[in-house]
Design a protein around this ligand. Structure first.
Ligand SMILES: Nc1c(C(=O)O)ncn1[C@@H]1O[C@H](COP(=O)(O)O)[C@@H](O)[C@H]1O
Length: 165
């Protein structure tokens, strides 16, 4: 059995709409992963246990998404040396600016790599995790290069509609 390489955690099942875009990328690249709800606020003991066990379990990175007072990524980072990639989930009242600020402004010494708010940020966090793994995995590096080439070709093929104004 392949051991889990990337952990995906989120503060609530309401974050899944956003965070599933990270999981979709990991699936596309065939990365062994897990996804679950772990909240620093609502289940702090579970969050501590998850973070404390991460390195011993062989996780190479943890993608952590949360909205509002998004302390989850930072608190996980405080309890593990495994790299934490933070995804700000768009919140109901402040559109995720609160989430972004909560995640990005970590004190010196406890870094969280912070991505953009929402689905693109979730997908990019997963692509970043893939790029990290690809440093040690030539086959994965090839897949990533093919993905990027496809993206480039799609952008080159973009056309614009006629002026309608
Ligand atoms: N920011 C956190 C944490 C945390 O940081 O530990 N736990 C839950 N939440 C966030 O609360 C929002 C609303 O959650 P509900 O929809 O469950 O009320 C979610 O975006 C979640 O990430």
């Amino acid at each position: 059995m392949t051991s889990i390489q990337i952990g995906v955690v989120m503060g609530s099942s309401s974050d899944w709409d956003t965070m599933q875009h990270a999981v979709a990328i990991l699936e596309q690249f065939g990365i062994a992963h897990e996804a679950q709800v772990v909240s620093a606020h609502r289940m702090p003991d579970d969050m501590f246990r998850y973070a404390e066990a991460a390195a011993g379990r062989g996780l190479k990175a943890i993608i952590a998404g949360a909205g509002g007072a998004a302390h989850l990524p930072g608190m996980i980072a405080a309890k593990t040396p495994v790299p934490v990639l933070g995804v700000p989930v768009a919140s109901r009242h402040l559109q995720g600016v609160d989430s972004l600020h909560s995640i990005v402004q970590m004190p010196k010494g406890v870094p969280v790599a912070t991505f953009a708010i929402g689905q693109a940020g979730a997908a990019n966090a997963a692509l970043f995790a893939v790029a990290m793994l690809a440093n040690e995995d030539p086959a994965l590096r090839k897949k990533l290069e093919a993905f990027r080439e496809e993206q480039t070709n799609a952008a080159r093929a973009m056309t614009l509609p006629p002026v309608s104004a």
